[in-house]
Design a protein around this ligand. Structure first.
Ligand code: TAP
Length: 479
C-alpha cells in the first residue's frame, strides 16, 4: 500500500479490506485528494471484533501499574509526534493549526490523566462492621465499539480510547469518513506499545460499520459522539440488545452577557464561542443573549470582530478560521441563513460562501451574525453547526434563564458577569451538562463533558468515564 493509502488497522497491523473497496479523503481547504482509506464492510467489522475479543482476556489481566505505564507512554508518543498529528488533523478537517495543536496537547494530557486515574480508581473496599465488608471491583466490559464525528476527530477519539484502555477494554473504533487520518496515524504510532488486537480501527461508512458493530454479539458496549439523529438510532438499537450505550450528541448552547460583564473579555469570548472550529462544535455558544442595555453596542463590536477574522490557509498559524468540512455542510449552513432571513431576523454581516478563498476553492464561509432574533425561530432552536451566531436581547435574569432552557438541547452554556451570586444562580438555573462563568470552550482533562436532554448522556474527560467503561461487581463478605 502506498503512503496515502490506508488499510484497516486490525490485530496490530494494517490490512486490506475484505471487499477491496476504498474511499477518498479530501482536504476541505482545497478539495484536493489527501488519501484513500479502506471502506470497511460487515466482514471487516467481524474480523476487528474477533481480534478485540481474542485480546480481551490478556489486556484485562495486565496489571493496573502496567496499563498505567502504557497510557503514559502513549502520552509521550503523542507529544513526540505532535506536529505531525496536528498537521494531519488540520489537512483532514480544515481546522486551523492553532486549534489542532491544542487538541493534540489535550489528548496527550488525557492519556496521562487516565494513566493516573486508573491507579486510584481501581475499586473500593468498605468495612461494614466487625463481621462483614463490601468490595467493589472494577471489571472491563470486554470489547467496546466507539464511533467518532468529524469535528474533533483526534480529540474525541482520545476522550474515548484513554478511559476504555485504562479500564481494561479492547476497542474497535470507527472514525468519521471525512476525517479518519489522525486516528489511523495514532494506531500506527502506538502499534508497538499496545498488544495486538487491543486497539482496532475500522474506517468506512457509518451506515455499514455502525449497524455491523451494533449487531455483533461480541460487542459489549457502544460509545457514540455525533448527531442526535444518529445517536437516537444507536440508542434504540442498543436498548434492544440491552447494550450499555454512551451518547454525546448535539447542542444549541446559550451564552449570556449581563451589563456588568468584563466587557472586552465577554465580546472576545462571544466571538470565540461561535467561531472556534468554524462553529462546527457541539458546545458552540450559538445562541447569544445580550442584555438590552448593552445590546446595540455589543452587536456593533461583534460585527467588527466578525468582519476582521483572519480566514485562510488552516496550516498558517495566523489563521483563525478555516473551511467548513464539505460542500454538504456548507449548503446546510447557507440554508439556515436563508431561513433566518425569511424568519425576519436581521442579517448584520456574513451569510455567504467565500468564493475568493486562499486557494479559490474549498468550503470557506463568512462569519455570520444575525441580530434581533427571537428564541422560537428555527435559527435559534436548531443546531446549525457553522459560523452563524444568533443574538437575542433580554431584560431580566429570570427571562433569560427561561429562554436558555427553552431548547431541546442541554450540552453547555455560559454567562458573563462580575456578580458571582448572579453567575451561580444562572449556572444553577440553566439546564445543561456544563456551564462556564466568564469563560467559554475550556475543558482541561478532569472537566466532565457531556449533555442532558437531547444532547445525550454520559460524561467524558473525567475519571467518571471509567465507570462507563467498567462493569462494577460488588462482593459482600460475612466472616
Ligand atoms: P453524524 O452524522 O451523526 O456522524 C457521526 C459518526 O457516526 C460518524 O462516524 C458517522 O460515520 C457515524 N454514523 C453515521 N451514520 C451512522 C449509523 N447509522 N450508525 C452508526 N454510525 C453512524 O455526526 P457528524 O455530522 O459527524 O458530527 C456532527 C454532530 O456531532 C453534531 O450534531 C455535533 O453536535 C455532534 N457532536 C457532539 C459532541 C458531544 S461531546 N456532545 C461532540 C462533537 C460533535 P460517517 O462519517 O461514515 O457517516
Amino acid at each position: 500500500m502506498n503512503k496515502n493509502m490506508y488499510g484497516l488497522f486490525i490485530d496490530g497491523a494494517f490490512v486490506k479490506p475484505v471487499k477491496g473497496a476504498y474511499q477518498d479523503v479530501h482536504d476541505p481547504a482545497t478539495g484536493d485528494l489527501l488519501a484513500k482509506t479502506a471502506k470497511g464492510s460487515k466482514e471487516d467489522v467481524e474480523k476487528a471484533v474477533e481480534a478485540a475479543d481474542r485480546s480481551k482476556n490478556l489486556w484485562k489481566t495486565v496489571s493496573i501499574q502496567q496499563r498505567s505505564r502504557i497510557l503514559h507512554k502513549i502520552a509521550e508518543i503523542i507529544r513526540e509526534n505532535k506536529d505531525h498529528l496536528a498537521r494531519i488533523e488540520t489537512q483532514d478537517s480544515g481546522k486551523p493549526i492553532v486549534e489542532t495543536v491544542e487538541d493534540v496537547k489535550a489528548i496527550a494530557d488525557q492519556f496521562d490523566y487516565f494513566g493516573g486515574a486508573i491507579r486510584v480508581e481501581a475499586g473500593e473496599f468498605m468495612r461494614q462492621d466487625q463481621h462483614s465488608m463490601t468490595m467493589i471491583l472494577r471489571e472491563p466490559h470486554g470489547v467496546v465499539a466507539q464511533i467518532i464525528p468529524w469535528n474533533f476527530p483526534f480529540l474525541l477519539a482520545g476522550w474515548k480510547i484513554a478511559p476504555a484502555l485504562a479500564a481494561g477494554n479492547c476497542i474497535v473504533i470507527k472514525p468519521a469518513s471525512e476525517t479518519p487520518l489522525s486516528l489511523l496515524e495514532f494506531a500506527r504510532l502506538t502499534q508497538d506499545v499496545l498488544p495486538n488486537g487491543v486497539l482496532n480501527v475500522v474506517t468506512g461508512s457509518g451506515s455499514v460499520v455502525g449497524p455491523a458493530l451494533l449487531e455483533n454479539l461480541k460487542v459489549d458496549k457502544i460509545a457514540f459522539t455525533g448527531s442526535t439523529k444518529v445517536g437516537r438510532s444507536i440508542g434504540e438499537a442498543a436498548a434492544k440488545r440491552i447494550l450499555p450505550a454512551s451518547l454525546e450528541l448535539g447542542g444549541k448552547s446559550a451564552n449570556i452577557i449581563f451589563p456588568d460583564a468584563p466587557m472586552d473579555k465577554a465580546i472576545e469570548g462571544a466571538a470565540l464561542a461561535i467561531l472556534y472550529g468554524q462553529g462546527q462544535v457541539c458546545n458552540a455558544g450559538s445562541r447569544l443573549f445580550v442584555h438590552s442595555s448593552i445590546y446595540k453596542n455589543f452587536v456593533e463590536k461583534l460585527e467588527r470582530i466578525f468582519r476582521n477574522v483572519k480566514i485562510g490557509d488552516p496550516a498558517d498559524p495566523a489563521t483563525r478560521m478555516g473551511p467548513l468540512i464539505n460542500k454538504e455542510q456548507l449548503d446546510v449552513v447557507l440554508g439556515y441563513v436563508e431561513t433566518g432571513i425569511k424568519e425576519g431576523a436581521r442579517l448584520v454581516c456574513g451569510g455567504k460562501q467565500i468564493e475568493k478563498s486562499p486557494f479559490d476553492k474549498g468550503w470557506f464561509m463568512e462569519p455570520t451574525l444575525f441580530a434581533d432574533v427571537k428564541n422560537h425561530m428555527k435559527i435559534a432552536q436548531e443546531e446549525i453547526f457553522g459560523p452563524v451566531l444568533v443574538v437575542i436581547p433580554f431584560e431580566t435574569e429570570e427571562e433569560v434563564t427561561a429562554m436558555a432552557n427553552d431548547s431541546k438541547y442541554g450540552l453547555a452554556g455560559a454567562c458573563w458577569t462580575k456578580d458571582i451570586n448572579r453567575a451561580l444562580r444562572v449556572a444553577n438555573g440553566v439546564e445543561t451538562g456544563l456551564f462556564w462563568i466568564n469563560e467559554y470552550h475550556l475543558t482541561p482533562s478532569g472537566t466532565p463533558f457531556g449533555g442532558i436532554k437531547e444532547s445525550g448522556h454520559g460524561r467524558e474527560n473525567h475519571k467518571m468515564a471509567l465507570d462507563a467503561y467498567s462493569r462494577l461487581k460488588t462482593i459482600y463478605i460475612s466472616m
